[in-house]
Design a protein around this ligand. Structure first.
Ligand code: GLA
Length: 459
């Protein structure tokens, strides 16, 4: 595998999107860009909300992406524009002082600045070069297809290239996973990893600590269809996501303490498994034994861990979860250990490709959705309805993908049924509602595994 993001010389004549962006750039800034950076979104096939618990996940990159045209300037500023007029221009000085990111106001340009800041800190550059950028995105926003992480990754790649630094794909993925936390979301690293490590034609098993991506050959005879339920969910603008991260962190401590581990040091549910040398099945038994299904109050957690309410707030909660009073530890831990096991089973079916592969993978996807809906409570009525429609329309498996609480479902559909599947989902979910019908074109499509982040320069 190549270790650095590819740098491709491209003939723009056969790339309509690049050509359009070049024209938009020239109209805006009156000069031609020096280079272009491209970072894809992703669809996660299985393994939801477990990357930040230390477990591997199984995404593939999609064709939709963030593409930026860049001109390096001796201006001391970064000027940002977007081809979508909804996203306003923004200029920031890169001379002296820190780049500031306003967590309470997660606007588009702050995601870009997360990537800039991440690279700046990693390579300890006090002075970044100035640049003008026009950004063009084709990933529907707040839809669970990782538009925000793709923007962070694209900005990271732009900053590396503009400042003539060279970083491996793994380093870029790790930097971009970390720096997206400046916007306040405690994500795991799946989105940034697949955006850099994806390869055309294959899904990837992404493992963390150390970060690794292994090809997963999907069985023939079926394709993945993405459908957006048209409910928007912006992770950074709500606390749902971080509440789950916190619940998993508290469950980690409670399980570790009961088993006599050094619980203060442990942060992720996977670490408890590793320290105990247990199987995932053992961990599910442990959850049943140790954690009760009723939500835990702050007082009960403090008492069990022997900590003060102040320690609870500062050590266990994040800034946007300070208001939470009850925590569902049993359900969240059950989801995580169960989902981690489903990812391994999914990979093993893809490796051995038995005759009924498609059915087996579909069943795992269905179990994953049920667990997200019932135990992790990260679905919503519209997504559940859409998943039901997809199954009735002929999918062998269907589940929410990405963070949830809105956004997309991914369905595994036998290749010979794709047309009738799309037609049925269209009629049942999109056509009856004018808002959804207007969004349908970009909301219901077949997706094949795409390639990872790339720099393009003019031939
Ligand atoms: C978001 C996060 C990822 C992951 C998913 C849920 O996309 O950025 O790291 O946690 O949600 O699986």
């Amino acid at each position: 595998m190549e270790t650095h993001p590819p740098r491709l010389k491209t003939n723009f004549a056969d790339n309509d999107r690049l050509l359009k962006l070049k024209n938009a750039f020239e109209t805006k800034y009156g000069q031609s860009p020096n280079f272009y950076a491209h970072a894809p979104g992703r669809v996660n096939l299985i393994g939801e909300h477990i990357d930040y618990c230390g477990y591997c996940v199984l995404p593939m990159a999609i064709e939709q992406s963030i593409l930026a045209a860049v001109l390096v300037k001796d201006s001391g500023t970064i000027e940002l524009a977007n081809t979508n007029p909804h996203y306003k221009d923004f200029t920031v000085s890169v001379g002296a002082g820190e780049i500031e990111i306003d967590k309470d106001n997660p606007q588009w340009h702050y995601y870009f600045l997360c990537g800039v800041k991440g690279i700046q800190e990693h390579v300890s550059m006090s002075n970044l070069v100035g640049m003008q950028c026009v950004v063009d995105g084709t990933i529907p926003a707040s839809s669970g297809l990782s538009s925000s992480s793709a923007l962070v990754c694209c900005a990271g790649l732009v900053t590396m290239e503009a400042n003539k630094k060279s970083l491996s794909k793994v380093a870029l993925a790790e930097i971009c996973a970390k720096c997206e936390r400046y916007i306040g979301t405690e994500g795991g690293g799946m989105d940034q990893s697949i955006s850099f490590l994806a390869e055309k034609g294959t899904a990837k098993l992404i493992e963390f600590n150390p970060l690794r991506a292994t090809d997963v050959k999907l069985p023939g005879g079926a394709v993945f269809v993405i459908s957006n339920c048209c409910v928007e969910m912006n992770k950074a603008a709500s606390s749902h996501f971080n509440i789950r991260v916190v619940e998993c962190r508290i469950a980690t401590k409670m399980l570790a303490k009961v088993r006599g581990l050094e619980w203060k040091r442990l942060l992720k549910l996977a670490q408890v498994q590793t320290e105990l040398g247990a199987s995932l099945e053992d961990m599910l038994v442990l959850v049943e034994e140790v954690l009760h299904p009723e939500a835990y109050s702050r007082e009960e957690i403090c008492k069990s861990l022997g900590i003060t309410p102040e320690q609870f707030s500062t050590d266990l909660l994040s800034s946007n979860t300070q208001h939470v009073t009850h925590f569902k530890l049993h359900q969240r831990a059950r989801h995580v250990y169960g989902e981690a096991s489903r990812v391994l089973r999914f990979k093993s079916v893809c490796d051995s490709q038995p005759a009924d592969s498609v059915q087996l993978l579909g069943a795992l996807m269905n179990q994953s959705h049920a667990s997200c809906r019932d135990l992790y409570e990260c679905s919503c009525p519209e997504l559940d309805q859409l998943v039901d429609i997809c199954l009735k329309a002929g999918a062998v498996g269907s589940r929410l993908t990405g963070a949830g609480w809105g956004g997309c479902a991914v369905s595994m559909v036998p290749s010979d049924k794709v047309e009738s599947f799309i037609q049925t989902v269209r009629e049942a979910y999109y056509t009856p509602d004018s808002r959804r019908a207007a969004m349908e074109k970009k909301s219901l499509f077949v997706s094949k595994p795409g390639g990872g982040a790339t720099v393009f320069i003019h031939e």
